[in-house]
Design a protein. Structure first.
Length: 226
């Protein structure tokens, strides 16, 4: 199944809002530290319900917020969730961004980069569209060190790329993006039950659940354009 078909189905079943609720636990921290200034143009890769663009417009006073998604249904849903004329959602793939060179101030991707068919080409495109000193905040919870995520590719019928933290750094640099920082944003909103309640349906031990949410969380790699 193609990425667009898979996520068209998700959008039709209302799962875009479910993803927004789950990802917001860490996304809110990633978005808060983006150096977006009033009037900046921001781009969200794999926008889903469009929550990241809306948040950057509302909390950072971005001038224009764009989201791009391979799923027409996701983009249509995202459009329906806002009436702000300065927030727009497009259908397309990350490897061929419909933006001029040096036309975007900051770019973000929340839990979507690993669906790209050619992640190296995506990074080259991001580097192309970012203006000088523009940043790319790439957030993923599906990555090599997070052993608890390794089975997730069995839950979706599309290929996924599972890089390590080092592979992200190397790929960013190969595309011409300096790595300003790479760290893990923990999910502190997920409630972790006391030891007496384990095992649960999803977790054998409390230690594993703590590791997943409090230690691994979401891996964030921040690249800066020259």
């Amino acid at each position: 199944m193609s990425v667009s078909d898979e996520f068209d189905d998700w959008a039709a079943r209302g799962k875009d809002r479910g993803m927004e609720d789950r990802h917001w636990h860490t996304a809110k921290h990633v978005l808060a530290r983006m150096p977006v200034e009033a009037g900046d143009t921001v781009l969200d890769l794999g926008c889903g319900s469009g929550y990241a663009g809306r948040a950057l417009k509302e909390t950072k006073d971005a001038g224009r917020a764009y989201g791009i998604d391979a799923s027409p249904a996701m983009a249509e849903n995202a459009r329906s969730y806002t009436d702000d004329p300065d927030v727009g959602y497009l259908v397309g793939d990350f490897e061929h961004l419909p933006f001029e060179t040096d036309s975007v101030d900051h770019c973000v991707s929340m839990e979507a980069f690993y669906y790209a068919s050619d992640p190296d080409a995506v990074l080259e495109e991001v580097a192309r569209v970012l203006g000088p000193d523009g940043t790319f905040h790439c957030a993923v919870n599906y990555y090599e060190e997070n052993v608890h995520s390794h089975a997730w590719d069995e839950l979706v019928d599309v290929p996924m790329t599972r890089w390590s933290a080092a592979e992200y750094r190397n790929a960013f640099r190969a595309a011409g993006l300096a790595v300003a920082v790479q760290d893990n944003v923990p999910d502190r909103d997920i409630e972790i039950p006391p030891e007496s309640e384990f095992p649960t349906e999803e977790w054998d031990t409390r230690e594993a659940m703590v590791e997943r949410y409090r230690e691994f969380g979401t891996l964030v790699t921040v690249g800066v354009a020259p």
